[in-house]
Every structure is written in structure tokens, then in C-alpha cells.
Ligand binder design. Structure first.
Ligand code: ATP
Ligand code: MG
Length: 379
């Protein structure tokens, strides 16, 4: 079978690697140049985009910000999975909020702002601790501004003055004082069967995911059920096929949806070593109409992102249960260069492995490792 992925980054690469054993051939489209490439070598393939779409059994995406004409062309083939609505919803925070409201799914108090003059009223309504998000083209914390106090509002308004908010409005959210961030990665098949990986706990730094722990420690059955119910309502509501990720803020025993990602997700990378069938393979299975694989986790896993750093000491590969996934990119500040998956029989062993790994990596780029390793050891 053949699958064409829009986007030729690390997610397409990992889908390619997961598809190979099943005989699924994955190729990728660089959506800037519209050239079809091998997702690992990035070398152009001798096929045009039109031919590749015709040739594919399924077409999917590795990120949601795809030019709409391309999506439209893919939709017309009848092979685009997940569907257009799901991808457009993931790409536009205004649509996303509307979907959450329509399905009565809890999320942060917010307002849609298409003129900076509205911000005074928003502060009156939601308070002065706000996070402002461009409704389109944001990721990894880009396209976000924070307001800490009303005093800073004039400066913030000035900063936003150059934006065309009528075309791309802001979603302004109340800052949530959450206890932690968790995410649920799951899959829905063509028959409507839904499977879930365990909830992952996500640790961010400067708006970017640094570490995921799965299963998230200390999840009650009720919390998991809440997450799975929300996931199922979203996936059924969108008629979704493939892997979907839902990011949550946990406040006590209540989950608020932060955002959804209509694709394989960074917080599911641990599943490559830590689960029976990884998210990449399960996405391919779902969109190719194959039976879904088991999502059960083995012991406790962590995923450590390598961000803006390429001086890895490969001696770290000595550590048992430690697996490197390097994406082959040139280094830039805040760029995801690769990740390291860690698997232990239980949290204590995972904590030990994390502390061993911390000895090879600088705290400056890996700010969560030591504290998290120590915490896991004491569970
Ligand atoms: P990513 O691509 O990493 O998912 P993103 O750019 O899509 O990021 P969000 O997920 O909306 O943006 O926000 C990034 C992070 O900023 C969140 O994971 C969370 O740590 C913080 N954040 C976002 N919204 C809020 C909020 N309303 N209250 C508190 N923190 C928030
Ligand atoms: Mg996010």
C-alpha cells in the first residue's frame, strides 16, 4: 500500500519507518516546493505531486498548517484521512473553540478578538492574566503573547498593532492555574472503533514540550475515563480516522481541553519503544483500513525532546532502556532535533534511567531531567 503525507519533517519520517515492516510505502510532500520526497533522505522522487496523489491509497498530514488548495485537491480524491474538517479545525483556534463549545467540552474561558481595542473589555471579563494566541499558524508556543497585569496592556497593544486581526483573529484565554498538563493520543478506525494510549504527562519549558511521561503518574480511573470520553466525543463528532491527540490542562480532577492535533503527536513518541504498537504504525493502519494494533504500554516510558542542541555524547547509548531518534536536521534555536525514548519496568527504574541520562546532557537544554528523574524514583 502507498501513503502520501503532506509535510516532510520528522513525523513523516517516523511514519515511513513504521510503515516499512508492513510493506506500506510512505512518501512525503514538501508543501513549500510541492515536491514529493523520500521522508528519510528528503531526496526528490521521480513522481509529480498529481501522480503521487493518484497513486496513493491514502493521503494524510504531519501537521495541520497545509495550504488549503492542496488540502482541497487531496479531499477531491476521496483519500484524505483524517478529513478536511478535522485538519482545518486543528489549524484554526477559532474553529477549534467552536467545536469544543458545540460539543460542550470544558476548555479555558476565552474571547475571540479581531481588534486590539477589544482587549480592555476582555481584561474586565477574564481578568488580567491572559494568554493571547494567533488563531492560525502557531505551534511550539510561536504566535503567542502573555499579559501578566493590566499595566502592561498598552505595551502589548502596541506590539500587536502590526497584526491583521480581521484576517487572523486572536484567541485570548484566561491563564489557567493548572496542576499539570496531560494529553491523550488515540486512534479511530474506519469502522469507528476507538483505542487509546495511556494519558501522558507533559512538561513544557518556554511554551515547548520537553518531556512526556507515560502512563502519566497518579491518574485515577475517573480521570482516564473523562479524557477518553472527551476524545471519543471529538473523534466521533469529526468522523475522525487516524491518530488524534488531545492536550489537556488538569485542574484537580477536572480536565480542560487546551487544543487538539489532528495527527500523530510529540507526546506520543514514547510509544515507539513503550507500547505494543506505536502511534505511527497505528495511524497508518487506521488510514489504510487495517486492524488497529494494541496500544498497551510496557512499564513506564519517557520521551525527552532534543531541542536546539546537537552536541550529543553518543556514549549515552550505553544506558539500558535508552533509545535515540535523530531527525537529521541542522541545528537552530528552539528546533526539535530528535528525541530520546526511555523505558523502565516501573517509575522507579525509569527515574534511575532519566538520572543516568541527565549526566550526559546539559541542564540548560534539558531543564526537566534531574528533577523529574528524582520525582519518578520516589513514586
Ligand atoms: P505546541 O505546538 O507545543 O502544542 P502551541 O503553540 O500549539 O504549542 P498551546 O499548546 O496552545 O500552543 O500552548 C503552549 C503551552 O503554553 C501549553 O502547553 C501551556 O504550557 C501554555 N499555555 C497555553 N495556554 C494556556 C493557558 N490558557 N493557561 C496556562 N498556560 C497555557
Ligand atoms: Mg499545544
Amino acid at each position: 500500500m502507498k501513503v502520501l503525507i503532506f509535510g516532510a519533517g520528522q513525523l513523516a519520517r517516523m511514519m515511513y519507518l513504521a510503515g516499512a515492516p508492513l510493506g506500506i510505502e510512505v512518501s512525503a510532500v514538501d508543501v513549500g516546493s510541492r515536491i514529493v520526497v523520500n521522508p528519510v533522505s528528503k531526496m526528490p522522487l521521480s513522481i509529480t505531486l498529481d501522480e503521487a496523489m493518484l497513486d496513493a491509497d491514502a493521503i494524510s498530514v504531519e501537521f495541520e498548517h497545509i495550504p488549503e488548495d492542496l488540502l482541497e485537491q487531496a479531499r477531491k480524491t476521496g483519500k484524505l484521512l483524517p478529513g478536511m474538517e478535522a485538519i482545518l479545525t486543528g489549524a484554526d483556534r477559532v474553529r477549534e473553540k467552536r467545536l469544543l463549545e458545540r460539543l460542550a467540552i470544558p476548555n479555558c474561558a476565552h474571547r475571540i478578538v479581531d481588534d486590539v481595542a477589544q482587549l480592555d473589555e476582555v481584561v474586565d471579563a477574564l481578568g488580567e492574566k491572559l494568554i493571547l494566541k494567533a488563531s492560525r499558524d502557531g505551534y511550539d508556543g510561536y504566535g503567542q503573547w502573555r499579559l501578566a497585569s493590566r499595566q502592561d496592556l498598552p505595551a502589548l497593544k502596541q506590539e500587536l498593532a502590526g497584526l491583521d486581526l480581521h484576517t487572523v483573529p486572536l484567541v485570548v484565554e484566561q491563564m489557567s492555574l493548572f496542576d499539570r498538563e496531560v494529553s491523550l493520543v488515540g486512534i479511530r478506525s474506519k469502522e469507528g472503533l476507538v483505542k487509546f494510549y495511556p494519558l501522558a504527562e507533559n512538561l513544557h519549558h518556554q511554551g515547548q514540550l520537553h518531556v512526556s511521561i507515560a502512563p502519566a503518574p497518579g491518574c485515577s480511573a475517573a480521570l482516564t475515563a473523562q479524557a477518553e470520553d472527551i476524545f471519543t466525543r471529538l473523534a466521533d463528532g469529526l468522523g475522525y480516522i487516524g491518530v488524534l491527540a488531545v492536550e489537556f490542562f488538569q485542574v484537580g480532577e477536572q480536565l480542560l481541553v487546551n487544543e487538539i492535533a489532528p495527527r500523530v503527536h510529540n507526546s506520543g513518541h514514547w510509544s515507539m519503544q513503550g507500547a505494543d504498537t506505536c502511534q505511527f504504525e497505528n495511524h497508518l493502519r487506521a488510514i489504510c483500513g487495517l486492524p488497529l494494533g494494541d496500544t498497551q504500554a510496557f512499564g513506564a516510558s519517557a520521551m525527552v525532546n532534543i531541542i536546539g542542541y546537537d552536541k550529543l555524547n553518543l556514549e549515552l547509548l550505553k544506558i539500558g532502556g535508552c533509545h535515540l531518534h535523530w531527525y537529521g536536521k541542522s541545528v537552530r534555536v528552539k528546533r526539535k532535533m530528535g528525541h530520546i525514548n526511555l523505558v523502565g519496568e516501573n517509575y522507579a527504574k525509569l527515574g534511575r534511567i532519566m538520572l543516568d541520562l541527565a549526566d550526559y546532557l546539559p541542564d540548560s537544554h534539558f531543564p526537566h531531567l534531574r528533577a523529574e528523574g528524582q520525582k519518578l524514583q520516589s513514586i
